[in-house]
Design a protein around this ligand. Structure first.
Ligand SMILES: Cc1cc2c(cc1C)N(C[C@H](O)[C@H](O)[C@H](O)COP(=O)(O)O)c1[nH]c(=O)[nH]c(=O)c1N2
Length: 249
C-alpha cells in the first residue's frame, strides 16, 4: 500500500486527469465554425503564455508570434492559400481529387485572429545544446509550442485551425519575416459556434483514425513481447473510450 501511494504521489487527482484528457480529446482543428466575436486580449495572453511554456531544445525558445488582425493581411494570406490549394487539388487523382475539392481547409477570413508561430533558427547561435546533431530540433520545439497553444485555446473555448497549404515563401513575404525566421504554423483562432466531436476529415470519410494497438513495436521494429498482448488489450480499451470522448481512465 505504501509503495502504491509513493508511486502515485506525483499524479494529478483523477478529476484533474479526466479534465486534461478531455481537453486533448475535445481539441479540434476548426475551419468552418468560427464566429465573429473578438478574442479578448487577456485570453490571448493566456494561450500565448501556454505556448511560451512549451519544452524546447536546449531551452532555445526559438518561437515568435506574429499576430494578424488586419483584414488586408488576412486577405493576402487567403489568396496565397487559394493558389496553393488549387495546386494541391491537382496532386490527387480522380474521385480523391473531387473529394479534396469538397473539403473546407481553412478559416482565414472568418477567424478574428490569425497567428503565425515562427522559429528563429539562429536564436541561440550556431551551437545549441541538444541540437548539435539534429538541426530540425528547433522546429520540433516550435511545434510543441503550437500544441500547447492549441490545447489551452480549447480549454478557453476558442477554436484553432492550422493552415499549411501555402508556399512558405508566400507567408514569408506577406509577413515580412527575416531570412533566419521560418514560418512554422499559420493558425486561425476564434470563438466557435460549436466544436465537432470528431475530426472533420474523419467525418467526411477522408481518413479514419488508426488502431493504436497496431502501431506499437517492442524493443525493435519487428520485436515481439511476452507482455505485449496485455498492453494491446489496454490500448484497445483506452482507444474505444477516447473515441467516444471519454477520458481513458
Ligand atoms: C502540421 C499540421 C498541418 C495541418 C493540420 C494539422 C497539422 C498537425 N491540419 C489539421 C488536420 O487536418 C487535423 O488535425 C486532423 O484532421 C485531425 O483532426 P483534429 O485536429 O483532431 O480535429 C490542417 N487542416 C486543414 O484543414 N488545413 C491544413 O492546411 C492543415 N494543416
Amino acid at each position: 500500500m505504501q509503495a502504491s501511494n509513493a508511486l502515485h504521489a506525483h499524479a494529478f487527482s483523477r478529476e484533474e486527469r479526466a479534465t486534461i484528457y478531455r481537453n486533448m480529446l475535445a481539441r479540434r482543428d476548426v475551419r468552418s465554425q468560427f464566429v465573429p466575436d473578438p478574442v479578448d486580449d487577456a485570453v490571448l495572453a493566456r494561450i500565448l503564455t501556454a505556448a511560451h511554456f512549451a519544452p524546447s531544445v536546449g531551452f532555445m525558445q526559438p518561437w515568435s508570434f506574429v499576430l494578424v488582425r488586419d483584414p488586408a493581411v488576412k486577405q493576402r494570406a487567403h489568396e496565397a492559400f487559394t493558389q496553393a490549394n488549387a495546386e494541391a487539388a491537382d496532386m490527387f487523382e480522380g474521385a480523391r481529387r473531387e473529394a479534396y475539392k469538397s473539403l473546407r481547409l481553412e478559416g482565414i477570413l472568418e477567424a478574428p485572429v490569425n497567428l503565425c508561430i515562427t522559429c528563429d533558427r539562429d536564436r541561440d547561435g550556431p551551437v545549441v545544446l541538444g541540437r548539435t546533431h539534429q538541426k530540425a530540433m528547433d522546429l520540433y520545439s516550435t511545434v510543441c509550442a503550437v500544441q500547447n497553444l492549441w490545447l489551452a485555446a480549447r480549454a478557453e473555448g476558442l477554436g484553432v485551425g492550422w493552415v499549411s497549404i501555402f508556399h512558405k515563401a508566400a507567408i514569408r513575404d506577406i509577413l515580412q519575416l527575416p531570412e533566419r525566421v521560418m514560418p512554422v504554423a499559420y493558425l486561425c483562432i476564434g470563438h466557435v459556434s460549436h466544436f465537432l466531436d470528431r475530426p472533420e476529415l474523419e467525418a467526411a470519410g477522408w481518413r479514419a483514425r488508426l488502431p493504436l494497438d497496431q502501431l506499437i513495436h517492442f524493443d525493435c521494429w519487428d520485436g515481439a513481447s511476452p507482455s505485449g498482448d496485455a498492453l494491446k488489450a489496454h490500448l484497445r480499451e483506452a482507444q474505444a473510450l477516447a473515441t467516444n470522448g471519454c477520458p481513458p481512465l
